[in-house]
Design a protein around this ligand. Structure first.
Ligand code: GRF
Length: 195
């Protein structure tokens, strides 16, 4: 069976990208990363991609006059890469409705909360402030709007006594690194979920 071709979009550290790279290193894993795009030139994830011999492009949003023209350039890169699915992994840009419609159901994102709780930033501090006993992460289809779109799968972690935003974030991040490859495997084996 042909492997599902992924483009991964990043803006920074790229630990979720690394989890996907590692998963794709297993010959039995049903997906491969064909391209990594960063909107930040010094994102560490670009180093991770280069180390894994994956083609990369830096697309600086500041070089584009508006969101639509940046997203149009992004579409050209993804089309040329042959990617079938676009995985956002710490990509800190809101995508235009034109982009999410062009790639309808084919853009997925990982978010560090149990959506619909805590869209946006600082999810761990907000979960603690709200007194939640459970927190986690979500992989979802991306639709226009912040952290919007149908949930594909979530992973839950406990909030424990003495947690700080940092300790909770570390626990959630470990869960993210398992969840994202797990979802990719499900989508690769069930194309009706994204085609
Ligand atoms: C992760 O927590 C992810 O859920 C969120 O941004 C963070 C990216 O981390 N969207 P990394 O760049 O994958 O290490």
């Amino acid at each position: 069976m042909d492997k599902l071709k992924l483009a991964v979009l990043i803006s920074g550290r790229g630990s979720n990208l690394q989890a996907l790279i590692d998963a794709c290193g297993d010959p039995d894993f049903p997906a491969m990363i064909v391209h990594v795009v960063s909107n930040v030139a010094d994102a560490y994830g670009l180093v991770r991609a280069a180390d894994a011999n994956i083609e990369t492009t830096t697309l600086n949003h500041k070089d584009y006059k508006d969101r639509e023209s940046f997203d149009a350039a992004l579409t050209v890169i993804v089309e040329n890469s042959g990617a079938e699915l676009i995985c956002l992994a710490g990509f800190m840009r809101i995508l235009s409705a034109g982009f999410t419609e062009r790639w309808h159901r084919r853009v997925i994102n990982i978010h560090p909360s149990l959506l619909p709780d805590f869209k946006g930033l600082d999810t761990h501090a907000r979960a603690l402030a709200a007194g939640h006993v459970e927190h986690g992460c979500t992989v979802h289809h991306v639709e226009a709007g912040l952290d919007d779109g149908p949930v594909i799968l979530q992973a839950r972690v406990p909030v424990v006594a003495g947690d700080t935003p940092e300790t909770l974030a570390a626990r959630v991040l470990l869960a993210e690194h398992t969840l994202y490859p797990q979802v990719i495997k499900i989508l690769a084996n069930n194309p009706e979920l994204w085609l």
